[in-house]
Structures are given as C-alpha cells and as structure tokens.
Design a protein around this ligand. Structure first.
Ligand SMILES: NC(=[NH2+])NCCC[C@H](N)C(=O)O
Ligand SMILES: [Mn+2]
Ligand SMILES: [Mn+2]
Length: 308
C-alpha cells in the first residue's frame, strides 16, 4: 500500500514582518490541494490546522528579534508532529511562514535517525534562512530555520534544543538570490551545498536536481522538500511578503518537481511563505498546488521512470 498524504495546516506568521501567512493553509485547501493529490491516486488525510500556546522563554540580547516565544512554541510542537506523522504517511506542511521548518526538519531528522535512514533536504528558496539569533538584523525568525536545523549555532535556551539535526552535506539549496553578509559566511563554513540563480542560469535546473538525486540514491536516503513561494519569480508568484526578482520560472519549478517525483525518494514537503492577502485571485496558491501535484506524480505524458 502506498503511503497517504497527510495535510497539516500550520498557520504561523510570527516569523515574518507582515500579516497574512496565517491564511496560507486555507488558501491551499481552497485551491484544491487535497483533490489534486486524490486525483493522482493518493490517499489524503487533512488534519486541519494546528495551534500552539506559547510560554515564556529567556529573552535574547538581540533587540531586533520578534515573537520568540511564539516561534519557540511552534518549533517544539512541529518537531513532535513531524516525527509522528512521518511514521504514518507523507506529511505536507501547509504554511505559514518558513520558521515552521525549524520544527518540521528537526522532527523529520529524528524520525529518519530512528529508522536508520539518511535524510536529505532540498531547499528551494530565494534566501538561505541561515541567520542565528545573534546575526538576524530584521529580527524575523523565518530567516533562521536552516541554521537551526543544521545545528549551525546553539539556539537554546531561546528555542528548544533540536531533537536531531540535519547533516549539512545532505542539504542542497537552489534558487538563492538574496543572501545577507552573515549568512554568506555561515553558508561557507557550513558545508551546505548551495546553488544561486546564476547556477540555475548557467548550468540549468535539471543537472542541479539530478546531481542532488544521485547523492540521495548513492546513500539510499530519503528526501524532504522545503518550498518557499519566493523561490518562484514574483511575476508568476506574487503572493509572498519577500519577493525577489529573478526567480525560478514556471517550467524550471515544475521540472524540478517532476524529477524529484521520478526519484521515488520524497517523503515530506513544506509549502511555506504563501501570503493570500498579497495574492492575486489565488494564482500563487494555485501554482503551489500544481507544483505539489507535479511532485506527487502529475505529468503531461506517461514516460518511463529514469533510473538515477
Ligand atoms: N523565509 C524567508 N522568506 N526569509 C526571508 C529572510 C530575509 C532576510 N534574510 C531576513 O533575515 O530578514
Ligand atoms: Mn525561506
Ligand atoms: Mn525566501
């Protein structure tokens, strides 16, 4: 029996500077995510939207930081939820801002470790989200989840200690085009595999994804995809608070999803940063749903599955 898709609504917006991401989960539902997955033959369970009750956390000396207690509560809760749901099926986390990935990725890392599998992350984003609590200048905690999950810096006692961390070598970021100076340095030291938009332009999205999948297959690993709306060019995906020009095209994004599907290795997905308040008649939500459909098997024509 194939594993069912499990939709988990994560209406967090505490990690961003603007309101509206809390409407993301329901926009994906309105755009027909469950129906699109069911049409592909998948079982679909919708767990509804999660909620958390923040409790006080020790303050951090960086005065810019916003909503630390709330992000801490989401991180703790999501690590537990991701760990549990990954045993049940293929969790799809409907954000909500990217701070949610601090929880999902560390919970998934714990599950993978317990199962003796190597977890790989494909991070599709204009930003590396590699700030620490000390280096963020915006104070928006959607800028820190990769540093948190890859164990780049100690976030405790302000954020909960991660139950497990990612191997930086197993993380691949594609689509970068807005990197703060402190992040640049942190990336360089981390060993994370990074591809900016210049690499996408010069090399092409297909070879980049193929190389990633080849590494996964060589390690007999499994894949988590973290898809930030701002990976996409703002001309096709305006419904996000942190647009950066020069993003992935419609075809580049779909091709990446199709190739990942062909790998047979994808076990979980974050859909993050959708802000329906900034969207135009649901077009960004619809595009994200179509990309999720490509990731889970929708294609134009039948074709033989390549062996990587
Ligand atoms: N998940 C995102 N959209 N992150 C954008 C982060 C932008 C910037 N680096 C900051 O820390 O504020
Ligand atoms: Mn992001
Ligand atoms: Mn981003």
């Amino acid at each position: 029996m194939e594993r069912s898709c499990i939709l988990v609504g994560v209406p967090v917006q505490a990690g961003t500077g603007r309101r509206g991401c809390d409407m993301g989960p329901n926009a994906y539902r309105a755009a027909g995510l469950a129906e699109a997955l069911a049409d592909l033959g998948h079982g679909v369970v919708d767990r509804g939207n999660l909620a958390v009750t923040p409790s006080a956390v020790p303050a951090h000396p960086n005065p810019a930081i916003r909503n630390l207690a709330e992000v801490a509560a989401w991180t703790r809760h999501l690590a537990d939820i991701a760990h549990a749901e990954a045993a049940e099926g293929v969790p799809i986390f409907l954000g909500g801002d990217h701070s949610l990935s601090a929880g999902t990725m560390t919970g998934l890392a714990r599950r993978a470790r317990e199962e003796g599998r190597e977890l790989f992350v494909l991070w599709l984003d204009a930003h590396p989200d590699m700030h620490t609590l000390a280096t963020t200048t915006s104070g928006n905690l959607h800028g820190v989840p990769m540093a948190y999950a890859a164990g780049i810096a100690d976030f405790a006692p302000h954020l909960p200690a991660p139950p497990a961390t990612l191997e930086p070598e197993n993380v691949c970021q594609i689509g970068l085009r807005s990197v703060d100076p402190a992040e640049r340095e942190a990336l360089r030291r981390s060993g994370i595999c990074v591809h900016d938009m210049r690499d996408v332009d010069e090399i092409g999205i297909a070879p980049l994804v193929r190389r990633f999948v080849e590494r996964v297959v060589a390690a007999d690993g499994i894949v988590h995809v973290s898809l930030d709306v701002d990976f996409l060019d703002p001309a096709i995906a305006p419904g996000v608070g942190t647009t950066v020009p020069g993003g992935a095209t419609f075809r580049e994004a779909h091709l990446a999803m199709e190739m990942l599907h062909d790998s047979g290795r994808v076990r979980s997905l974050d859909l993050v940063e959708l802000n329906p308040f900034l969207d135009e008649r649901g077009r960004t939500a619809t595009l994200m749903v179509d990309l999720a459909a490509s990731l889970f098997g929708r294609r134009v024509l039948d074709r033989p599955t390549p062996s990587f």
